[in-house]
Design a protein around this ligand. Structure first.
Ligand SMILES: NC(=O)c1ccc[n+]([C@@H]2O[C@H](COP(=O)([O-])OP(=O)(O)OC[C@H]3O[C@@H](n4cnc5c(N)ncnc54)[C@H](OP(=O)(O)O)[C@@H]3O)[C@@H](O)[C@H]2O)c1
Length: 437
């Protein structure tokens, strides 16, 4: 099926939600109307704006406002731009829009990371466009490069900082040496963290984005619930200190990889957790609320995408980009490239995913300790890449960095080590990425 052509009329847009991002989209649609019309090849008309409380929006054109988003979706519009957020009732509205052949532009990572398959199927059936560039890494053009520019290459890895709140907190802990709770309070006071920071600090937001990135990069369906998730609430000042001693820093990373087993079968690993990376790594220098994503592809090599990962105007830029693309397709009478999930790679459980650990221990200062600890690594088949030892009165500190091993083997190693009589305390355990320079 193909969507109705415009027959020379304007592209009519329904905007659902006019908060932080929607208000900037409205401003750009009104202020840049002539420019947008020239780029699209037809005028782009804002046909209606749905908000929860129309009486709270005296700044908006009153004749466009409605509290009935469902009715606006059903009206005579060509493109629905959704900037409300959450799953229901938005999912129902967007399915209705797509089934009726109306293109959808959204920044809703929570919805896309669980229901992309259902929405894409509705779009494919009616021939409408489904675009969601703003759902990952705000202003940064990332999903279109994955979906279009790199469509002929083979992506092996997508790894990045996709949550500004946690990046702000970890950057601040690194520069001040302060603890997690104290730094979170400061982030909340400065407006970098929400009053309820759970979605950010527990890694839910980053896991949704990892699911979207993995799905596009590996042509497979990965949902947020498939993504292994650990947040930053357990990161202590001593973890940050341990990283500093190794000339490393701690970042919350979303890591999506194509993993090839010994028998040649492929799977996808998608995870979000804190990682120690060398200070010389490109991602180490990404501070504050910025986002950066590093992509590796077989032919292209290494690519890095960097910019503002949130905020009204930056995110509106990504929304407008999608809106112009959808509107151009209307004018041309077609649709953009469809998504493909043809590879259907399975998601590899975290326990089988190869990772590397940094382990910092306080141990008894007596002979034979290192041999006992090394024996536990050997039993679990984990090989040690580097060991550092320092003496402090009656205890010594032992820092071990491993080679790659299945995550479950590393977890089991740490558990057994913590029970050794010679180990007084496991000071810090964290996964590491990147080679030391
Ligand atoms: N903020 C960012 O930096 C950012 C970045 C990337 C992606 N996003 C995504 O963009 C979306 C919007 O985020 P935001 O920060 O702009 O949200 P927001 O400031 O909370 O705005 C939400 C808007 O939705 C409206 N709304 C809520 N329930 C509604 C309902 N039942 N019917 C009609 N309208 C309803 C609200 O109306 P009232 O104004 O009347 O309350 C408000 O205008 C989310 O999916 C978010 O994840 C945001």
């Amino acid at each position: 099926m193909s969507v109705a052509t415009l027959d020379g009329r304007t592209v009519r847009v329904a905007l659902l939600g006019c908060g932080t991002v929607g208000s900037e989209v409205t401003r750009m649609l009104i202020d840049d109307a002539d420019e947008l019309a020239a780029r699209v090849g037809a005028p782009v008309e804002l046909a209606g704006i749905a908000v929860r409380r129309p009486d709270k929006h005296p700044e908006l054109p009153q004749h466009l406002l409605t509290a009935d988003a469902g009715k606006l979706v059903e009206s005579d519009v060509d493109v629905v731009v959704e900037l409300i957020g959450g799953i229901e009732p938005v999912r129902g509205w967007l399915l209705t829009a797509l089934r009726k052949g109306k293109s959808v532009v959204t920044g809703n990572k929570a919805l896309l990371s669980e229901y992309a398959a259902e929405l894409a199927e509705a779009a494919d059936t009616s021939g409408a466009d489904l675009y969601y560039e703003a759902s990952v890494a705000g202003a940064i053009p990332l999903l279109r490069p994955l979906r279009e520019s790199l469509a002929g290459d083979r992506i092996t890895r997508v790894m990045g900082i996709v949550n500004g709140t946690t990046n702000f907190i970890l950057s601040a802990m690194d520069s001040t040496g302060a603890g997690y709770a104290e730094t979170l309070d400061e982030a909340t006071r400065l407006g970098y963290a929400e009053a309820d920071p759970t979605a950010d600090v527990d890694g839910y937001d980053a896991a949704s984005k990892a699911a979207i990135l993995a799905s596009l990069a590996f042509h497979s369906r990965v949902t947020a619930s498939d993504v292994h998730r650990e947040g930053i609430a357990g990161i202590s000042a001593s973890d940050i200190g341990a990283a500093k001693l190794l000339n490393r820093t701690v970042k919350l990373l979303a890591i999506c990889e194509r993993v090839t087993a010994d028998d040649g079968t492929e799977s996808v690993s998608a995870r979000v957790h804190p990682v120690m990376i060398p200070r010389s790594h490109q991602l180490a220098g990404v501070g504050g609320a910025f986002n950066a994503v590093y992509v590796e592809a077989e032919a292209a090599g290494e690519l890095m995408f960097y910019g503002q990962g949130a905020g009204g105007a930056p995110t509106a830029s990504a929304v407008l980009g999608d809106l112009v693309a959808a509107a151009r397709n209307r004018v041309a009478g077609g649709r953009g490239p469809r998504e493909s999930a043809h590879a259907a790679l399975p998601v590899r459980p975290m326990g089988q995913t190869p990772t590397r650990y940094h382990i910092s221990l306080d141990v008894a200062d007596k002979p034979g300790v290192l041999a006992q600890v090394a024996q536990v690594f050997a039993v679990h088949g984990v090989s040690i890449a580097a060991v550092r030892q320092r003496d402090r009165l009656s205890t010594a500190s032992l820092v071990i960095v491993t080679h790659l091993a299945p995550d479950a083997a590393l977890q089991a190693t740490v558990e057994e080590i913590s029970k050794l009589d010679v180990v007084r305390e496991v000071v810090s355990v964290m996964r590491v990425e990147g080679e030391d320079s």
